[in-house]
Write a new protein. Structure first.
Length: 193
């Protein structure tokens, strides 16, 4: 993790520093410790405990699994996410759609690529239960103000201070962040409850 400005509490995590897990039909890249990857110095950023980019082959996906005491937001970049919950609710999530779930005391669900021909590309964000969070729209050169900010470069070229950012890079900031550039930047703002 490289520092931009220690006084301003801004840190950049480069794409190459993220850990990658591979399972049949799924490649996942993690911004924080996940699955077999454990780094005690990279467990969370405030209430943010997961920020994962998944590439899922046609027809593949995550079999039934459980979550509890977290909130999960899925942002589909390309393809169609088929979400099925054990409570009987099914949902199809398309490109640029945001699907938020509160796990409460526990949920079980299945997440699959709905297509038999096209890949699925999505970002999944996991925060601790009770976290106030929102995604901030961004115009180049805009200052973002929030207690905690996690910005992730989906595409394009961005700068923070003198640092140049490319797809897969992320920025963690406290209180304020100014970014400039073009492309798609997913900005998550948080305040712990």
């Amino acid at each position: 993790m490289s520092a931009v400005d220690e006084a301003a509490s801004v840190r950049i995590v480069r794409s190459a520093e993220r850990f990658e897990t591979v399972q049949p039909g799924i490649v996942s890249r993690h911004c924080f410790s996940a699955g077999p990857y454990y780094n005690p110095s990279n467990l969370s950023f405030g209430p943010l405990i997961g920020f994962d980019e998944h590439l899922i082959d046609p027809g593949a996906g995550f079999d039934e699994h459980a979550h509890a005491r977290v909130e999960i937001a899925s942002w589909v970049l390309a393809g169609q996410l088929q979400h099925s919950s054990t409570d009987g609710s099914d949902r199809l999530v398309g490109p640029r759609d945001l699907f938020a779930q509160e796990a409460g005391s526990g949920i079980r669900h299945v997440e699959r690529n709905a297509s038999s021909t096209e890949p699925l590309h999505l970002i999944q964000v996991t925060v601790t239960a009770g976290t106030l969070y929102w995604f901030e729209p961004l115009d180049a050169g805009t200052q973002i103000d929030a207690p905690l900010i996690h910005a992730y470069v989906v595409s394009g070229f961005w700068t923070v201070g003198d640092e140049f950012l490319v797809a897969g890079d992320s920025v963690r900031a406290e209180q304020s962040l100014v970014v400039d550039g073009s492309g798609e930047l997913l900005v998550l703002c948080m305040r712990a409850s």
